[in-house]
Design a protein around this ligand. Structure first.
Ligand code: RIB
Ligand code: CA
Length: 310
């Protein structure tokens, strides 16, 4: 069983990741940190609250994270991929709004629970703030899983940068330099975690869970958006879900232990670099980059968790 605090910015793949975490019997969600990213923080908070309501899990605290990146610049949002409100065509009901718990709640959760894992599937601003406000966090948290980066493969925001690292490269660089027991799921693997409308249909035929009822509309929007970016893709990558799936099933992928650098400025902003030459040495800290994973095992795990059936 993994006790997790999930940092998210829903966002369509974040939404599926929240569902996956709530439905997975191997995961106990202790709190969800809401931050800017795919949408603004207020919208992300409303979306998280709506998902928790559908899941009947309003007991899970929504913790207020960052409003904007460390640079102080106004964030860029991505309505063309995630929809105006972050859930594709779905909107939380009129006048529905989520309530936030103070950021300090994260320290309380970590104090009160053994073996906490932090999973960050958004921009890294909130996680970097957590570290800066209490550096012991690096020792008190069991392990960190983050979705971010692109190693020797194209980026998805610029030629070389992935969206989470690009969105706040100062925070990402701070994290990769200071956290230990860090597992990174970059585009190298997440771009391949493609889920199609056929998979969604199979899932919906196997369960009548109200949480899962909305995923066909959401995924259709997301797949249409991806099809414009990558003609013929027939599906869309669930970056944030595969990060959680790797946390629960670490042997589903292969990692390489290397130091990582994130470029913080210039045309390479957000680019992630690691030395993969044969002569290069493993990182002193336990920093692991997933470069491969088993797609079939991922699909089986995703369908099993979303349906509650083997
Ligand atoms: O690059 C993929 C990441 O950026 C995911 O976390 C997705 O939600 C987007 O924001
Ligand atoms: Ca995300």
């Amino acid at each position: 069983m993994k006790n997790i605090i999930l940092f998210a910015d829903p966002g369509i793949d974040d939404t599926l990741a929240i569902m996956y975490a709530l439905l997975n019997p191997e995961i106990k969600v202790l709190g969800i940190v809401s931050s800017y990213g795919n949408v603004d923080k207020e919208q992300a908070t409303d979306n998280i609250a709506y998902l928790l309501k559908l899941a009947g899990r309003t007991d899970i605290p929504i913790i207020g994270g960052a409003n904007s990146p460390s640079s102080g610049k106004i964030p860029t949002y991505y309505p063309e991929i995630h929809g105006q409100e972050g859930l594709g065509p779905i909107r939380p009901p009129e006048n529905f709004s989520g309530e936030l718990t103070n950021f300090s709640k994260i320290y309380t959760i970590i104090e009160e629970n053994d073996d906490v894992t932090i999973v960050d599937v958004g921009r890294n601003t909130s996680l970097a703030s957590l570290y800066l406000l209490g550096e012991n966090i690096a020792k008190e948290v069991n392990e960190f899983y983050i979705m971010g980066g692109a190693f020797l493969v194209p980026g998805n925001v610029t030629a070389s940068a992935e969206a989470n690292f690009y969105g706040d490269p100062i925070a990402s660089e701070l994290i990769v330099k200071n956290l230990d027991n860090l597992y990174i799921a970059p585009l190298n693997v997440t771009n391949k975690a493609i889920v199609t409308l056929e998979h969604i249909k199979i899932i919906q035929q196997m369960t009548d869970n109200p949480l899962v009822e909305i995923i066909d509309d959401i995924m259709k929007y997301y797949i249409d958006a991806y099809t414009k970016l990558v003609p013929g893709i027939n599906g869309a990558p669930l970056h944030d879900v595969v990060t959680l799936s790797l946390m629960v099933n670490p042997d589903m992928g292969k990692t390489i232990r290397r130091d990582v650098e994130v470029l913080t400025s210039g045309s390479g902003q957000g680019t992630s670099i690691a030395d993969f030459r044969v002569s290069s040495k493993p990182a002193e800290k336990n920093i692991n980059i997933y470069l491969e994973f088993d797609y079939q095992l991922f699909l089986e795990d995703f369908i099993k968790v979303m349906t509650g059936k083997k």
